[in-house]
Write a new protein. Sequence first.
Length: 328
Amino acid sequence: MSAAPQKAKPGAEKIAVNVTAVVPLNDLVTRFEFQRSDGDLFPPFSGGAHTVVTMDDNGRHRLNPYSLMSDPADLTTYAISVRRDDEGRGGSLFMHRNVSVGDRMTITYPVNLFSLDLRARKHVFLAGGIGITPFMAMIAQLEHSNGNWELHYACRTPALGTYVDELRYKYPNKVHIYYDDQNQAIRLEDLLDGQPLGTNIYVCGPKGMIDWVHATASAAGWPDANVHSEEFLAPQPGEPFEVRLCKSDKTITVGEHESLLEAIERAGVEAPFLCRGGSCGQCETNVVSHDGTFVHRDHWLTEDQHASGEKIMPCVSRFAGKSLELDR
Ligand code: FES
């Protein structure tokens, strides 16, 4: 991550919004636009920031993080783009099927865990699929200040090339598109080789792509500080399990399709979060005791911490076994 996590109040501050546009972009991706319900301007944000959208799904709250993709200079409107995940736990399906213009929702204040390093002389963006969204806002931000950037964007097919037409039209010399179904691939070694000193690279996309960019840049001698990535992991469904929340004196059951964090919230217990994707460290929770196995999925804790069984990131990680007691 490129920026230190900011402290937030438990649950992060919320803003009431109205849905002002729902724009299907292709078979999988729809853009949602929001304006504040109180008519005020939104808080300022910088490219790479995300917000967490609360969905009220028949009384069940789902909270999903999405990158803000609108122009940071326009504080009348926030926009996100949501890729439908038919195999997921339902948040993106809820957005696609249930959210329409005029609906009222709540979103959190923006938080940026993937910000531009404005000291960089050049910014090279590498996007895979829906990973294009943070770069839409970063590009808008850099265009306002004549920033030096280029985008390399890999999509599965032309039909799923979200925002490709707009990007090519606006920035024909800075945008490079690669279609998997046409066997086009980003030639990363060559790309890295030709960059001026002081260039920073940013990658957002599938885990394989992120790992590939970090490994290739590292092998080419790029400093870690010049390579930025963002990957929010979606919590995975799993077998239900029971948890004792010691401080709150409550015992809860985590359902098959909810995360441990969501189950804690459903019990009315406040728990901090920022990313809800295993990246920011904000939800780190101490384990008081356990008899079973952790299914750690975050990339915040170290391997040693995972092995110790002393901590868990409840936004993405689960547990299987007889008993689990948390310091919450
Ligand atoms: S909320 Fe960010 S790691 Fe859990």
